[in-house]
Design a binder for this molecule. Sequence first.
Ligand SMILES: [Zn+2]
Length: 171
Amino acid sequence: MYYPDLGPDCQIAVGPAVRAIGWLERGKPFAVGPVDRQFVARLKQHVTDAGKWLPVIAMGPHFCDLGACDGNGGTSNVIVPAETCVYVAPELILHYVETHQYEPPHEFIAAVLACPEQSSDAYVAKLLPFASTWHLDEVGVRRIAARAPEHRKAAAEATAQAEAAKGHFKW
Ligand SMILES: [Zn+2]
């Protein structure tokens, strides 16, 4: 599922304000280099947030095919609004950065560092100018953001149950 970095389309978004990021594929060149730890930490927060803002249900898993790893997979995406555009990346971007030394474009790094918490009021305010990308109006954008607490709660409960199950097996 390859899309060039900073191109106006990717699997879950197409439009003049869209900037695809991290849709990597074996055999296609991508930038490699050291990235700021703070950026990686912030990126991880966004990617792993169960309450992240997403306009569509997962469209099927992508698997890393860059090699030299265990072929990590991911079904989700992450959306990072900025001043004049909105970045859209697969959740695998975190794996690409951590394992394959992928160095995303600097404008994306800056946008991640400046991005408010997923689905927060500040996040929604930054995202609203791009709502039409997903054929949404303000109500639609806010409706998705409003589900964040229940998604986070469900994820926390699932984690707690998995931990409890582990404890049970040890016992
Ligand atoms: Zn990999």
